[in-house]
Design a protein around this ligand. Sequence first.
Ligand SMILES: Cc1cc2nc3c(=O)[nH]c(=O)nc-3n(C[C@H](O)[C@H](O)[C@H](O)COP(=O)(O)OP(=O)(O)OC[C@H]3O[C@@H](n4cnc5c(N)ncnc54)[C@H](O)[C@@H]3O)c2cc1C
Length: 406
Amino acid sequence: MAPVPLNASADSPQRAAASARFYDLIVVGAGGVGSAAAYHAARSGRRVLLLEQFAVGHTRGSSHGGSRIIRYTHDSPGPAGQMPATFQLWHELERESRARLLQLTGGLYMARQEDTWLAGCQATLEELDFAHHVLDADDLRRAFPQFNVPDGWRALYQANTGILSATHCVEVMVAQAQQHGAEVRAETPALAVQPDGEGVTVQLASGESVRGSRAILAAGPWSGRFLAELLDFGVPLRVTQQQVAYYTVQDPAAYAVGTFPIFITALEDHLYGFPIWERAGSIKVALEQTARTVDPDGPRAVDDDLLARLSARVATYLPGADPAPVHVEPCLYTETPTRDFVIDRHPHHPQIVIAAGFSGRGFKHTIAVGKLLVDLAFSDAGVYGGPFWQDSYRITRFAQTQTPAV
Ligand SMILES: Cc1cc2nc3c(=O)[nH]c(=O)nc-3n(C[C@H](O)[C@H](O)[C@H](O)COP(=O)(O)OP(=O)(O)OC[C@H]3O[C@@H](n4cnc5c(N)ncnc54)[C@H](O)[C@@H]3O)c2cc1C
């Protein structure tokens, strides 16, 4: 099939002809997760329909923007151990698409001496034999004078840390899915996903229904609505508004890729940031805020309190940056209580596979999660032991703590 424009409308002539088709897989949601699933499924020869309620690459969900961190450094061996293979999958996609998606920058992970997260990261790097350097406060000041380092801090430096260009990754995965024959319908909201014998029917807001053998639900912040309809237990997902801000630096050369690493701190709401990448002369910095829950369809106003807190941290820890932001961008997290993802087959209808709750850390994994989702959709139960699987993903973890609804 010839690729159609990414954002072709729901009722174009190509669509009318296609609506009678029966698909191997229908994917709901073209964020990072859904587009990766569509890409892997189409690449393996499945007939795929990818549905997106807005335009591909839109800015209302979680996967837009010019930078997401990808890193080997984690505080437990489960996710860390997957990272070499995950980097490989991103590089494979780069080779196949001839697009540049991943820029290595090196990563600096900083905290107080006694911090348990940093100790966990160090233990994991050692256990997995990932090369790294340990720096005390004086080493840090010498190597990275861009930071105002308090006494009693220490850090880990790990080279396999970099930037994924998020919107570009999504667009490339969708385009590659199309190259492999997937049909992509933008501006096409799905209203309901229902088991239909051994297959699925997806009802669209247009009134049309589409049918397939399997469905993958990857609706990001909108997942709760589908899950409430599909499950007899609740999945506690919280949608929170986050925001990133860009600050001009006095000496751009000191904050360039190759000189200034990605940094993550265990302090002050996990202050983190990037070298100059998206906007000439300014660095992107953010705090993780978990308090403010929002309606994904609601307005995206800048949170002034959060911005004031962030700018105060910039003034304290990054003295070379002007603490008046030049740009602010809101975005949504969909969080589970432990921040473990939800990736599983529906407990009673295994033809429906659910992916939700990527808890502000999912983008780096999307290329691997897409592969896992396709394996869960089409392989035997044994896939639960595959290289990208973790037991903490199971959706039934929430059923065990609740009385099932009648
Ligand atoms: C500010 C910020 C910084 C982050 N930093 C990092 C980072 O450094 N590293 C990292 O790994 N991760 C990071 N993340 C997290 C990461 O971006 C997310 O975990 C990931 O993008 C989630 O992707 P998703 O596909 O689940 O959700 P989304 O990208 O929101 O995609 C869901 C899609 O489903 C569509 N949809 C929903 N309902 C329907 C429907 N009914 N019909 C059709 N389509 C529908 C939506 O429109 C949307 O396009 C960050 C997130 C934010 C917000």
